[in-house]
Design a protein around this ligand. Sequence first.
Ligand code: PLP
Length: 396
Amino acid sequence: MSYLRSDLPALSNKYYFNYGGQGPLPKSSLDAITSSWLKIQELGPFTNNVWPYISKEINETKSIIAHFCGVNIRRVCLTENVTSGCVLPLWGLPFSKEDRILISDCEHPGVVSACKELAHRSNLKIDILKVQLLREGDGEETINNNLVVQNLEKELKPSTKLVVLSHLLWNTGTIMPIELISEILSNHKNQPFLLVDAAQSFGQIPINEAAKKADIYAFTGHKWAFGPEGLGGAILSERVLKEATPTLIGWKSLINEESIHNNNPNPFHSDARRFEVATSCTPLLAGLRSSLSLLENEGNGIERIKKIKSLSYKLWEKLRNIEKLDLILKGPPPAGIISFTMNSKFSPKEIVKLLGKESVWIRVVEDPAWLRACVHVTSTNEEIEKLATLLEKITN
Ligand SMILES: Cc1ncc(COP(=O)(O)O)c(C=O)c1O
């Protein structure tokens, strides 16, 4: 058993396939959070003695995230979750009336509704980029990037100002060619910004090139990175830092709090802190650092995705042999997300409940209502066997 798995209390009493919803938190990360909380009380909580500790925690964490994503630390903005990592900079982009947003048909409801509301308030138009049907196995073992590009080029208009696309689609489990798309956008007349939802990629697949190229690469620690809930962030491009204005403004966005008294026309940080807001939960930083370090002990990004793929392939193969189960990916999964439907007298939600009674946890993703099972480096053959056996039983 890997050290990481043995450090996950959540996995000691269940068969877990919901990494894409929330990853389990290692005991040592929980201990790191508690120690940091205690340290803050010993030093402060609101004293001159505690500020250097808090600054050190923030800088150390940002520096590790910058290294993890292969970018300069000034591009790292800390937020609470993926959605605020997407939405805070999104609302500050320099849109003009009648500009268009191109959003994929596989984005998360929170991000979609933020784009719709923004379009409504700022008089923008929304177009849809179709990627849901472009999946592994539809004639090719791996997704044909040309098809994504073809659809992108079809939908890009002269006034498209923003493209919104996930790196790894949360429902189909397919990886999008972010670097290629970024290149196409930079050659487009209007040079649209590229917002990438990295909820399912951060901690699961190598992300350096995509994080470097996207304008907004928004992630969270609490899914595939085994971090605590409540801490995420966004990697912002130099162009976003220069052209986007802060949105939810607070003292953390300011160079210093006194600057508001001397009518400084530009009181905001020039780096990604311009999108940070105010007091946040410092102890979570130690938790995320601990989890990222445990994750890296399991192998580098390439080694980890290799292991994830070998496990997801096993699950995919087993599910493929269940007669009344229909896999969404017709070819081997490119990462750890496997979605499927079942021809059963039970609804997807009932199936989740039935499995839960046996301590097996998967979920239903909405629209389309597919069942989704995720495997990670900590998954085991025993878990895979258990899930497949139960699903087979449910269909009989
Ligand atoms: C693709 C995607 N985007 C956004 C979210 C929302 O995440 P958060 O609650 O961290 O904002 C999720 C959560 O499942 C997701 O899968």
